[in-house]
Ligand binder design. Structure first.
Ligand code: FAD
Ligand code: FES
Ligand code: MG
Length: 286
């Protein structure tokens, strides 16, 4: 059992939690994730990036967006509650070295997994430029934390409610055209955003690393749920990734596989809301 030590709501749908996990806190490195199972009765296992860790407190930080049943149930938990199973650290750590100028691009909740990578890139002596994008101002997360790391921070919103009214690919392209050319781009966010970031850097030959958010079940390379095509090879995101060369990833195949359980997920989500409504009604009647 892993106790929740801290909880904060970062935006309408996004939550930050610090959870007791002393062994994971000691071992984890930037780019790695955990698989969370809330309890044995409701068995869905979901991967969440380790956004930060405190080996002294023995805790890890997760930042997640409540999108469906499991993430909504997790969001309902409070300090003192427990998460039954937390497995990790999983996946390959990010390859960190002094590259020179590194452009880190985060879209929506993708800013959470990007944060430890940007932090490690900066600590390795890189010039770190961060581009953060969201649909609107209220969905932006970790602005202060990213500002502390970045040599330059650019914020883009789709509706222009904050920062520049643009997609993240616009400033990314401008940096690719500038001198010095970036040595590396790291893009994390919705699959469509990562696909277009890879297309934006391709003509300039800027190596682009993406972190793939495929469906996962076991997280150990056994079930095949997270299978992706990278160049001519089949890879398993949970053990070979989650980071890959964005210029080689077959995003269209990945996007279509992500929709595999959509009708069931929607039905599950609907049931979850009904359960919540019934619970609230019972509370009101008491
Ligand atoms: P559902 O309604 O069941 O699903 C919503 C969508 O989430 C689906 O359409 C599908 O695209 C995806 N999804 C569903 N089940 C899974 C599953 N078992 N594994 C992976 N994706 C699934 N999200 C965050 O908010 N913060 C993070 O730090 C984060 N890190 C991730 C790291 C990795 C390596 C991966 C692969 C995913 C990460 N995700 C993260 C995505 C997160 O796992 C999904 O949002 C979550 O599983 C949705 O579950 P649900 O039951 O709430 O929603
Ligand atoms: Fe099962 Fe990767 S999650 S093989
Ligand atoms: Mg689900």
């Amino acid at each position: 059992m892993n106790r929740i030590l801290f909880k904060k709501q970062l935006s309408d749908e996004v939550f930050q939690m610090r959870i007791e996990a002393p062994l994971i806190a000691q071992e984890r490195r930037a780019g790695q994730f955990v698989i969370v199972q809330l309890n044995s009765h409701f068995g869905e296992r979901i991967p969440l990036t380790i956004a930060d860790a405190d080996p002294v407190e023995g805790s890890i930080t997760i930042i997640f967006q409540a999108v469906g049943r499991t993430t909504h149930l997790l969001a309902q938990k409070n300090v003192g509650d427990t998460v039954e199973h937390l497995v990790g650290p999983l996946g390959q750590p990010t390859h960190i070295e002094k590259f020179g100028r590194v452009i880190c691009v985060g879209g929506g909740i993708g800013v959470a997994p990007l944060h430890p990578i940007a932090q490690a890139m900066k600590a390795a002596g890189n010039e770190v430029i961060i581009i953060m994008g969201a649909r609107n101002k209220s969905l932006l997360i970790l602005e202060d934390e990213m500002r502390k790391i970045a040599d330059e921070l650019i914020i883009c919103t789709d509706d222009g409610s904050y920062g520049r009214k643009a997609l993240v690919t616009a400033p990314l392209k401008e940096f690719c055209e500038a001198d010095p050319k970036p040595a590396l781009a790291v893009a994390i966010g919705p699959p469509v955003m990562m696909k277009f970031c890879a297309e934006a850097t391709r003509p300039y030959g800027v190596h682009t690393m993406v972190s793939l958010n495929t469906i996962m079940v076991d997280g150990t390379g056994m079930c095949g749920g997270c299978r992706v095509t990278v160049g001519t090879e089949t890879k398993f995101v949970c053990v070979d990734g989650p980071e890959f060369d964005g210029h080689l990833v077959d995003f269209d195949n990945m996007i279509s596989r992500l929709k595999a359980y959509k009708p069931r997920e929607d039905a599950d989500h609907h049931r979850c809301h009904l359960e919540e409504e019934i619970k609230n009604k019972e509370k009101d009647e008491r």
